[in-house]
Design a protein around this ligand. Sequence first.
Ligand code: AMP
Length: 279
Amino acid sequence: MKIIKSTSVLIENLDQLENISLIPTMGNLHEGHLSLIKEAKKLSENIVFTIFINPIQFNSKHDLENYPRTLQQDINLLKEIGVTILFIPSVNDIFPVKPNLSYKMPIISNELCGKTRIDHFKGVITVIDRLFKLIQPSYAIFGKKDYQQLYLIKRFVFDSKLPIKIIEAPTIRNIDKLALSSRNNLLKTKDINLAVELYKKLNICAESVLNGVKIHDAELIAKKELVKEGWEIDYLEVRSQENLKKPSYNDSKLVVLGAGFLAKVRLIDNIEFCIPTTI
Ligand code: AMP
């Protein structure tokens, strides 16, 4: 594994590689991240793995400063599992000048996570655009855990007609079904058991809809339960898998997405489900 820290060295090394799979991350690696490497290995021998804590996708300085950083541990894990290049750029390397995204973000980027995290997804797409231009991968692998992010990256690739195949990887969970996340490491012990309630309530919401409960009512019940248990809810909504809009009468492929805080730590999760007929 080559560890590269500057764009100029990266470009030299990319010259010899074809058919690249790109895996962008912010580090503090866990089994969820490593599962993306397993997906990449099915597609290509040449894997470029990036660790970059992207400042322009954070809405608060506190959140950026507190994001878990475990670089040496991450390097050891990656050496063990094996990637071709680990790229760890600095902010100056990625954004030598103030970034300016020409792509017009879809309206849906201002809903769900984007409603309270203003310009978060613009920050995400800006860094992805930079990495895509720099690395020109054939494949890029992203987790469904960040469902809205994945949707917006797919839209960006489609709208920009980029020759990159986006690979969607399933969410990896712990034994209790809590979605693995770097932010879980910020939870206090007493909140770790509570964290899995988000998944449980999303599941109950999906099951209720499947059993004929009106979507709005199912969302409300799940939110109330979470608040009772100590969650501060950002949103909990059923949306169409196809476009992330509120479901219309003929949408059968749905996803319930939720985000909330436990002692200021923001967690997200989602569950896809299908209803057999119209709502
Ligand atoms: P992050 O480092 O949080 O920016 O995540 C980097 C990539 O790993 C993104 O594509 C995430 O969707 C993906 N990812 C994070 N957590 C998980 C998980 N539990 N299961 C699968 N993929 C994940």
